[in-house]
Design a protein. Structure first.
Length: 261
């Protein structure tokens, strides 16, 4: 069973996922707001196969002709970094590499437009890359990883963005990645499965940084979402959460988002 809304209808989840009122369309019907001048808006289809791009996710359709403002690109990039951090700390540097190198990869150069003004430190990610390639011990790489993580958070803070809108975008992207990464209860694309985890972590962290009286319930639902990956990290040999279970939790997140002001 593929993880797409058309198949969820038979599980009784499709109508709720597609019909819950109150959500702003982050990508789709209402369109994206282009990035401010000089911040290099990029197509929503930018990225590795299907990442943040074309197709249908649990939260609606993502249009590759629309553009992503810098704050959404940073949220997307941060998801990769969070996945890489978790994988490295789980003892899988080989799996972590593609995620941790995303911010400085030539393949994703278009995503970095405008980031220098926000304090981007590419040299930190390049040092992480060199350390991974050289097989340096964790004691040497961990400080670099902490610095890379802090740099991503600094840039997200500088870029701003409306928390609800960013979380909606991350949930749409997560649904697409999980759909691409898991089929019939098996991981068919470990990278996409791992990316989805990273987006869940970033969304949870955004919610945690907001006023608890407004975002407390959403933060709890996002805590549950993150726990749908193994506590040791989203390793390639993990047993993934069943697609219907993931769909149900995404639905709970969506309904909670719909209730926010």
């Amino acid at each position: 069973m593929k993880f797409v809304p058309k198949r969820w209808v038979g599980l009784g989840l499709g109508a709720a996922m597609l019909g819950a009122a109150g959500l702003t369309a982050c990508s789709g019907e209402q369109g994206e707001t282009p990035a401010p001048a000089g911040q290099g808006a990029v197509p929503a289809s930018a990225g590795e196969g299907g990442e943040g791009g074309e197709g249908e996710g649990a939260f609606g359709r993502l249009d590759p002709m629309q553009v992503l403002p810098v704050e959404k690109r940073l949220a997307f990039m941060s998801g990769h970094v969070e996945a890489g951090l978790a994988l490295y700390r789980a003892g899988a540097p080989d799996q972590a590499a593609r995620h941790l190198l995303h911010p400085v990869s030539e393949t994703h150069a278009h995503e970095r437009a405008g980031l220098d003004a926000l304090g981007f430190k590419p040299e930190v990610f390049e040092q992480v890359s060199a350390g991974l390639e050289a097989g340096k011990p964790a004691a040497e790489i961990e400080p670099l990883l902490a610095e890379a993580e802090a740099n991503m958070r600094l840039m997200r803070d500088q870029a701003g963005g409306e928390p609800k809108t960013l979380i909606e975008y991350l949930m749409k992207t997560l649904a697409e990645e999980y759909d691409a990464g898991v089929d019939d209860g098996e991981i068919v694309n470990a990278g996409e499965y791992q990316d989805a985890y990273g987006f869940a972590v970033v969304a949870r962290d955004i919610a945690a940084a907001q006023a608890p009286e407004t975002y407390g319930e959403l933060k709890l639902e996002l805590d549950v979402l993150v726990l749908m990956w193994p506590s040791k990290g989203p390793l390639a040999d993990s047993i993934p959460a069943p697609e219907p279970q993931m769909a149900e939790q995404l639905n709970r997140v969506k309904l909670t988002l719909a209730g926010l002001p």
